[in-house]
Structure formats: C-alpha cells, structure tokens
Design a protein around this ligand. Structure first.
Ligand code: HEC
Ligand code: HEC
Ligand code: HEC
Ligand code: HEC
Ligand code: HEC
Ligand code: HEC
Ligand code: HEC
Ligand code: HEC
Ligand code: HEC
Ligand code: HEC
Length: 324
C-alpha cells in the first residue's frame, strides 16, 4: 500500500529492503539457480515470437504464473506489430538484462522494487512505457500534474496480470482515492456523483495522464466536461444566466456536497453571494419576514428556485427572470 502513496519514500525503503534481502539471500542463492521451464506456455503462446525471441531465457527462472500472465495480455500477443512480444519480449520493458540472467545483477529496469532489487528511477521506468505509448490519451503526460508528482505508470497499471485492461487491482477510483483523500471525503457527502457506487469513474471527468485543460479534465473546459453528460444545461438559451455559461463549479462541487444538488453553498446564500443590491434578492426573509401562513417562499424548500425554477437558462418568451 505505501508503494502507492509515496513513490520516493518507497524507493529508500526498497533500497533497505533490498540490502537486507541481498544479505540474507546469500545463504539461499543456490536455490535460485536456473530450473527447467515447466511448460507453462500454451501451444498458442509458444508460437508467438515472444517465445522465439528469448522469453524462454527469462522463464527458465521466472516460470511462474504471476509472471507469465503477461503473455495473455495485449502485450503478450504479436498481432499488433508494436507489442513487446513482437520485439525483445521481456527485455523490451526490463532492458537488456544479460548480466542479470548470468550473474544475478539487477535487471536494467526494475518496476516494483518489492523484491531483491531496488526500483529504478521513476523517469527510467516511465520512459520504457512512453517509448511505445505517446499517443492517444497519454499525449499530455509530460505536462501533467501526475508526471510532476513523480507518479510511475506502474502505480496505476499492473502489467503482470490476467486482466487485459492492465490496471491496478484497486481499479480506477479505488486507486485514485488512496491518494486523493479530499475527494474521498467529498464523495462521502450526502449529495455526490455516483462514483463510489460504481456508476461513474473519475475518468469520466479526468484524464489521469494529463490534458490541456485545468485539473486534467478530459474535455477542454469545465463546462464542456459537465455538458458532455448534462447536455440540456448547455443551451443556447434565449435568456441565459450568466454564471452558468461560465463555470458550473461556481455553484456546484462536482465531487460532492452536504447541500442538495451538490450546491457549493446553501440557497439563498448561494444566490446572495452575487445578487445583493436590487429588489427582493437582498432579503434573507428570515424571522419576522417570514409570513407564518405563507411559509416564507424564499427560505423553505428550494428557496429562490421556488420561483426562479429554470436557474440554468430559459427559452420561454417571458423567462427573462428565469421563472419559467
Ligand atoms: C538464473 C535465474 C534467472 C534468470 C535466467 C533471470 N532471472 Fe530475473 N531474477 C532472478 C532472481 C533469483 C530474482 C530475485 C527474485 C526476488 O527478488 O525474489 C530475479 C529478479 C528479477 C526482477 C526484479 C524483481 C524485483 O522486483 O525485484 C526482474 C524484473 C527480473 N528478474 C527480470 C528478468 C528478465 C527480464 C530476465 C530475462 C532476460 C530474467 N529476469 C532472467 C533469477 C533469474
Ligand atoms: C510491458 C512491459 C513489461 C513486459 C513486457 C514484462 N514486464 Fe515484468 N514487469 C513490468 C512491470 C511494470 C512490473 C511491476 C509489477 C507489475 O506491474 O506487474 C514488472 C515486474 C516483474 C517482475 C517482478 C515481479 C514480482 O512480483 O516480484 C519480474 C520477475 C518480471 N517482471 C519479469 C518479467 C519477465 C520474465 C517478462 C517476460 C516474460 C516480463 N517481466 C515482461 C513490466 C513488464
Ligand atoms: C514495445 C512497445 C510497448 C511497451 C514498451 C509497452 N507497451 Fe503497453 N501496449 C503496447 C501495445 C502494442 C499494446 C496493445 C495495442 C493497444 O491497445 O494500443 C499495449 C497495450 C497497453 C495497455 C492496454 C491498452 C488498452 O487498450 O486496453 C496498457 C494499459 C499499456 N499498454 C500500458 C503500458 C505500460 C504501463 C507500459 C510500461 C510498463 C507499457 N504499456 C509498455 C506496446 C507497448
Ligand atoms: C493515476 C493513475 C494512472 C497513471 C499514473 C497512468 N495511468 Fe494509464 N490509465 C489509467 C486509467 C484509469 C486508464 C483507463 C482510462 C479510461 O478507461 O478512460 C488508463 C489507460 C491507459 C492506457 C489505455 C487506454 C488509452 O487511453 O490509451 C494506456 C496505453 C496507458 N494508460 C498508459 C499509461 C502510461 C504509458 C503511463 C505512464 C506514462 C500511465 N498510463 C500512467 C490510469 C493511470
Ligand atoms: C463529474 C465530474 C468529476 C468527477 C466524476 C471527478 N471530478 Fe475531480 N474535478 C472535476 C472538476 C470540474 C474539477 C475542477 C474543480 C474546480 O475548478 O474547482 C475537479 C478537480 C479535481 C482535483 C483538483 C482539486 C483542486 O482543488 O485543485 C482533483 C485532485 C480531483 N478532481 C480528483 C478527482 C478524483 C480522484 C476523482 C474520482 C474519485 C474525481 N476527481 C472525480 C470534476 C470531476
Ligand atoms: C500515488 C498517488 C496518486 C494516485 C494513485 C493518483 N493521484 Fe492524482 N495526484 C497526485 C498528486 C501528488 C497530484 C499533484 C498534487 C495535487 O494536486 O494533489 C495529483 C494531481 C491530480 C489532479 C490535478 C489536480 C490539479 O490541481 O490540477 C487530478 C485531477 C488527479 N490527480 C486525479 C487523479 C485520478 C483521476 C486518479 C486515478 C486514476 C489519481 N489522481 C491517482 C497523486 C496521486
Ligand atoms: C459521465 C457523465 C457525467 C458528467 C461528465 C457529469 N455528470 Fe453530473 N451527474 C451524472 C449522473 C449519472 C448523475 C446522477 C443522476 C442521478 O442520481 O439520478 C449526475 C448528477 C448531477 C447533479 C444532481 C445531483 C443530485 O443531487 O441530484 C448535479 C448538480 C450534477 N450532476 C452536476 C454536474 C457538474 C457540475 C458536472 C461537471 C463538473 C457534471 N455533473 C458532470 C453524470 C455526469
Ligand atoms: C448560478 C448557480 C448555478 C450554476 C452556475 C449552475 N447551476 Fe446547476 N443548479 C443550480 C441550482 C440552484 C440547482 C438546484 C435547482 C433546484 O433545486 O430546483 C441546480 C441543479 C442542477 C442539476 C440537478 C437538477 C436538474 O435541473 O437537472 C444539474 C444536473 C445541474 N444543476 C447541472 C449544472 C451544470 C451542468 C452546470 C453548468 C453548465 C450548472 N448546473 C451550473 C445552480 C447552478
Ligand atoms: C456567480 C454570481 C451569481 C450567482 C451565484 C447567481 N447569479 Fe443570478 N445572475 C448573475 C449575473 C451576472 C446575472 C446577469 C445580470 C444582468 O444581466 O444584469 C444574473 C441574472 C439572474 C437573474 C435574471 C435577472 C436579471 O436581471 O436579468 C435571476 C432571476 C437570477 N440571476 C437569479 C439567481 C438565483 C436564484 C441564484 C441562486 C440559485 C443566482 N442567480 C445565483 C450572477 C449570479
Ligand atoms: C415568490 C417568488 C420569488 C422568490 C421566492 C424569489 N424571487 Fe426573485 N423574482 C421573482 C419575480 C416574479 C421576479 C420578477 C419581477 C419583475 O419582473 O418585476 C423576480 C426578480 C428577481 C431578480 C431580478 C431583479 C431585478 O431587479 O430585475 C433577481 C436577481 C432575483 N429575483 C433573485 C432572487 C433571489 C436571489 C431569490 C432568493 C433570495 C429570489 N429571487 C427569490 C420572484 C421570486
């Protein structure tokens, strides 16, 4: 778990762990000698170029289902010419590791560092992946907050796995929430997007590899992101409500809120943060202002939106005041 939370700390822990292991492993080295491959590969897999190009030299020792699982993922197939399998197989990612295979030096690139050898620098690890993945959704990686925070691709992706999406076992929001505790608490509030319920994921709004928008949003602006689902709020409206076209997060907190409808502030205070001068908006309608028989329309229920019910804009000829 700490592996996820603090890449740098982990590195030093890994170093210590590795040193300890090297010391304590001295006695056990004999048991690490090459063993004969156990024939874990299926007929199909054996026929891949992966097998032909030397994967077997690694599998003499690493013939273990948790490692060979990689052969069943998109990386293991050689249908697409760009896969590791169609190139130098294991060494595409772990580097030329001849010294490792012959004299137990560290492989050129170590990702997890949970074992005998310390993890390679994050830049070195990520460069391996970026050699092949610099298009589509990863194109903004170099300018992303996650790159700046030194996250490894392997933090969120698991390569030796049986699931083809190759994502960490916590999957999507689970992994995100191990680090983003503020969002975790907001998603626990009464009104929230159904992320923890599994109906949406962080990726519906964010691109974890970075983007050209604020907060690594998957669309170019906040509003474009929101209206990709809430299309009816996009307009155009005959009568617009100015802040709506500007930024939905002026009034809503997308991760969750203790107010209804994920409102950032309770009504009428939300409205009064902008409307304070003219006519009735500046009245709180509290105490004596509340007519016990009429039950104070501006504070009960939907408050201001009791009357200004089309708060996102109106197409009614007389909807200038957003009342219809
Ligand atoms: C002679 C046996 C042997 C061969 C051949 C071999 N390895 Fe290893 N490898 C080991 C041992 C032993 C370890 C340490 C295992 C541990 O940490 O528990 C290891 C560790 C590793 C690790 C690091 C694991 C970690 O997180 O610390 C990687 C990566 C690796 N090997 C890749 C390869 C690759 C790629 C090849 C083929 C080029 C290869 N190995 C060939 C025996 C071998
Ligand atoms: C696409 C890149 C890639 C390829 C191809 C690849 N690995 Fe790995 N390997 C990784 C990453 C990333 C990790 C870190 C753990 C994970 O994501 O599963 C890893 C971890 C390991 C480990 C340490 C795992 C542990 O639990 O200690 C070993 C050993 C290893 N790989 C050996 C191999 C061998 C042998 C092959 C060829 C059959 C291979 N790898 C092919 C990327 C790759
Ligand atoms: C030798 C080139 C190569 C390397 C190195 C490589 N990949 Fe891939 N990767 C591919 C190809 C080719 C595919 C399958 C085709 C595709 O979907 O793009 C793929 C597929 C994937 C997928 C699944 C894509 C999907 O559509 O579901 C993920 C995730 C992924 N790689 C992550 C990584 C990570 C993380 C690393 C580094 C540890 C890495 N790759 C290293 C070539 C590579
Ligand atoms: C913060 C977590 C995280 C990190 C770090 C991360 N990814 Fe991803 N990656 C994801 C998630 C989540 C998805 C699935 C996105 C989706 O389904 O929309 C994904 C999807 C992918 C895909 C397949 C789909 C696509 O859109 O191309 C590839 C390839 C990929 N990542 C490569 C990488 C590489 C390379 C790195 C490092 C430079 C990396 N990732 C770093 C979380 C991450
Ligand atoms: C419904 C869309 C949506 C979903 C789902 C969503 N976010 Fe966001 N997120 C946003 C928007 C919009 C912003 C920009 C907020 C702003 O401008 O104040 C943001 C901002 C952030 C920020 C930066 C906050 C800051 O104060 O700078 C982080 C971190 C974040 N989101 C993480 C997550 C994580 C983790 C998840 C999943 C658990 C998630 N988000 C799900 C829309 C979303
Ligand atoms: C290993 C920890 C870690 C994981 C896992 C992680 N993040 Fe982050 N994330 C960070 C750090 C550190 C930053 C930069 C500092 C900050 O803004 O909190 C960041 C920044 C962000 C930002 C941009 C904030 C801004 O101010 O622009 C968003 C959005 C975000 N992460 C979303 C995600 C999503 C979505 C996932 C899951 C797919 C995820 N993160 C997984 C650590 C992590
Ligand atoms: C991927 C689709 C998607 C995106 C993008 C999206 N939403 Fe939502 N939104 C939903 C779903 C699903 C619900 C839940 C509907 C339900 O519970 O009936 C919802 C509900 C809401 C609600 C009503 C909550 C309630 O209590 O009834 C508000 C307000 C809202 N979203 C605002 C936003 C804002 C602001 C953005 C942009 C930051 C945004 N949404 C982006 C899918 C999305
Ligand atoms: C001026 C403040 C404000 C802005 C800006 C705003 N909203 Fe709202 N929104 C509200 C209020 C107030 C409600 C509650 C209405 C009610 O309770 O009748 C609401 C309710 C909602 C709802 C749930 C009820 C419904 O009408 O479907 C969604 C979804 C929603 N807003 C999406 C958005 C989106 C998307 C944007 C940006 C395009 C946005 N809002 C911008 C004030 C705002
Ligand atoms: C971020 C500031 C902001 C917030 C918050 C806000 N408004 Fe507005 N509102 C405006 C602006 C700016 C206009 C356009 C004023 C103009 O054209 O003179 C406007 C126009 C209106 C109008 C049309 C009146 C007119 O003069 O054209 C009504 C009605 C209204 N808002 C009600 C509300 C209600 C109800 C809320 C709370 C749910 C609210 N507003 C929240 C900024 C805001
Ligand atoms: C009982 C219904 C009702 C309630 C509750 C209500 N309004 Fe109004 N509001 C109206 C009507 C009707 C108008 C249009 C008056 C006109 O056109 O002369 C109006 C006009 C406005 C205007 C335009 C003022 C102007 O000078 O042109 C704003 C801004 C406004 N309301 C904001 C609010 C805010 C903020 C609240 C909550 C504190 C609120 N309203 C509560 C009915 C209501």
């Amino acid at each position: 778990m700490f592996k996820l939370v603090a890449g740098r700390k982990v590195k030093s822990c890994a170093w210590m762990a590795a040193l300890l292991l090297v010391v304590s492993a001295a006695a056990t080295v004999p048991s690490l000698r090459p063993v004969k491959a156990q024939g874990v590969l299926s007929q199909d897999q054996q026929q891949t170029q992966l097998a032909q190009r030397g994967v077997n030299s690694c599998l003499t020792c690493h013939n273990n289902p948790s490692i060979t699982s990689v052969l069943a993922t998109p990386h293991g197939g050689n249908a697409a010419s760009g896969t590791p399998a169609a190139n130098q197989a294991c060494q595409n990612c772990h580097g030329a590791s001849a010294d490792h295979a012959s004299s137990m030096q560290a492989p050129a690139v170590v990702f997890d560092g949970g074992g005998r050898f310390p993890a390679s620098d994050v830049e070195v690890q990520n460069q391996v992946c970026l050699n092949c993945h610099q298009s589509r959704s990863t194109v903004h990686w170099a300018a992303s907050e996650h790159q700046a925070a030194d996250l490894a691709c392997a933090t969120c992706h698991t390569i030796h796995t049986s699931q083809t999406a190759m994502r960490n076992e916590l999957q999507d929001e689970g992994i995100c929430l191990t680090c983003h505790l503020e969002q975790r608490s907001q998603l626990n509030r009464r009104s929230h997007h159904p992320v923890t319920e599994g109906l949406m994921s962080c990726n519906d709004c964010h691109n974890p590899h970075g983007s050209d928008a604020v907060a690594m949003l998957s669309r170019s602006t906040v509003n474009a992101t929101c209206t990709s689902c809430h299309a009816e709020k996009r307009g155009p409206f005959l009568w617009e409500h100015q802040p709506v076209g500007e930024d939905c997060t002026t009034c809503h907190n997308p991760h969750g809120s203790t107010q209804d409808r994920m409102l950032a502030v309770r009504q009428p205070f939300l409205c009064q943060s902008c409307h304070s001068e003219v006519y009735h908006p500046s009245f709180l309608y509290s105490g004596d202002d509340i007519n016990p028989n009429a039950a104070g329309q501006s504070v009960v229920g939907s408050s201001c939106t009791n009357c200004h019910s089309v708060i996102h804009g109106s197409n009614h000829p007389s909807g200038a005041r957003l009342t219809r």
